[in-house]
Design a binder for this molecule. Structure first.
Ligand SMILES: *Cc1c(COP(=O)(O)O)cnc(C)c1O
Length: 384
């Protein structure tokens, strides 16, 4: 059996090696390292794939989030609501811009932001909601968009983990994740579903005016060369990274299908086990339905009951299976983000999830033998 990895980028590279190597040597020959044709080409390809009017590439997913908030003109004192159970980047940029982060609890079955908790947290100072499409599945965007409309709030989708996921609205219409809110950010960090070979990110929007504002912000606030109309940042996707992304984008749906296939195998092995709660898909298909693209399984995350999680992590590691705990500490308990307004009672689910979740190896190169090894190890351990 091949060695099991949390993410297998090398295996994936073998499948696209020729194209990547060729575009790398072309870029090295041309020396168009910044703003080269690959960057514009990728931007266009991604706009077509997502069916969104504007993709603005930038340096990483954290910058992308920050730039979304700058583009919307949020100012110190504005409150921004986001999930307590997510990667810290989301809350970090809110704080960095001196906006006021307002963390709220999540849903225990989907791990995504709890809409009732958002509604409870809205005040006259609230300006935006940042749903994170955690682990690869859209937050409840029907309800979030309705709430935002009712209270006149912006919705910034943190789509770092969800690229390629399709959201089906209650009326049956469909949109790709990241094209539903006013603006969205994504990350091309190597381990993301669409990852480059370094850092990268992008912003998506259908709003022409906002897109124009953001294109200036990513480039030192310049709309005309050496005229700095607003305070901007320097945040670029470089040509080598764009070439990698351009090579991978045509395979993204197939990559995500492979992740779903792995999730389906995991689900089938674990189904009905008394100590395990499977990740829930909103369509109720548990990822087992063939046509379903509602979940792109950036992570395959189980909940392990009866305080067995930590020992299971250790057992897997000792037996050659890497695994992750995303995330081990709620953001509201992180030193940088503690706030006296928060009450422990408001974070019951996150406080529970941090003790129960375990993410198993998930990538495009997992084979049946590896998955059987992993699931057998988990089940034997829990049954012992
Ligand atoms: C990865 C990630 C980010 C940050 O992306 P970087 O490219 O690493 O800056 C932001 N939000 C979420 C939910 C992420 O998973």
């Amino acid at each position: 059996m091949r060695k099991i990895q949390m993410v297998d980028l090398k295996g994936q590279y073998q499948g696209i090696k020729e194209q990547i190597d060729n575009s790398f040597s072309e870029i090295l020959e041309s020396s168009a390292f910044i703003n080269g044709p690959e960057v514009h080409g990728f931007q266009k390809d991604l706009e077509d794939y997502l069916d969104v009017k504007h993709v603005i590439p930038c340096a990483n997913g954290t910058d992308a989030l920050q730039i979304c908030m700058m583009g919307l003109g949020l100012v110190p004192g504005d409150e921004v609501i986001t999930a307590d159970f997510t990667f810290a980047a989301t809350v970090e940029v809110i704080a960095l811009l001196q906006l006021t982060p307002v963390l709220v609890d999540v849903d225990k079955e989907t791990f995504n932001i709890d809409v009732a908790a958002i509604e409870k947290a809205i005040t006259p100072k609230t300006k935006a909601i940042v749903p994170v499409h955690l682990f690869g599945q859209c937050a409840d965007m029907d309800a979030i968009m309705a709430l935002a409309h009712k209270h006149d709030l912006y919705v910034i989708e943190d789509n770092a983990q969800g690229i390629g996921a399709m959201h089906t609205f209650k009326d049956g219409s469909k949109k790709k994740s990241g094209t539903i809110g006013h603006v969205a950010s994504t990350s091309f960090f190597p381990s993301k579903n669409l990852g480059c070979y370094g850092d990268g990110g992008a912003i998506f929007t259908n709003d022409d005016e906002l897109a124009h504002t953001i294109r200036g912000i990513v480039n030192h606030g310049m709309y005309k060369r050496y005229h700095h109309d607003v305070v901007g940042v320097n945040s670029r996707l470089d040509s080598l990274q764009a070439a990698v992304l351009r090579a991978k984008l045509p395979h993204l749906d197939a990559y995500n299908a492979k992740r779903r296939e792995a999730a389906r195998r995991y689900n089938q092995a674990f189904l009905g086990h008394p100590d395990i709660i499977l990740p829930k898909t909103v369509n109720g298909c548990q990822g087992i339905c063939d046509s379903c693209d509602c979940h792109v399984f950036h992570q395959y995350t189980l909940r392990v009951k009866k305080e067995k999680r930590d020992n299971l992590v250790q057992h897997l590691n000792e037996n050659g299976v890497p695994c992750g705990v995303y995330y081990p500490i709620p953001l509201h308990l992180q030193k940088a983000y503690v706030d006296e307004r928060y009450k422990e009672d408001d974070f019951k689910i996150t406080n529970q999830l941090v003790n129960e979740v375990i993410s198993l190896p998930m990538h495009t190169e997992l084979d049946e033998e590896q998955i059987t090894y992993i699931t057998t190890l988990v089940i034997d351990y829990l049954n012992a």
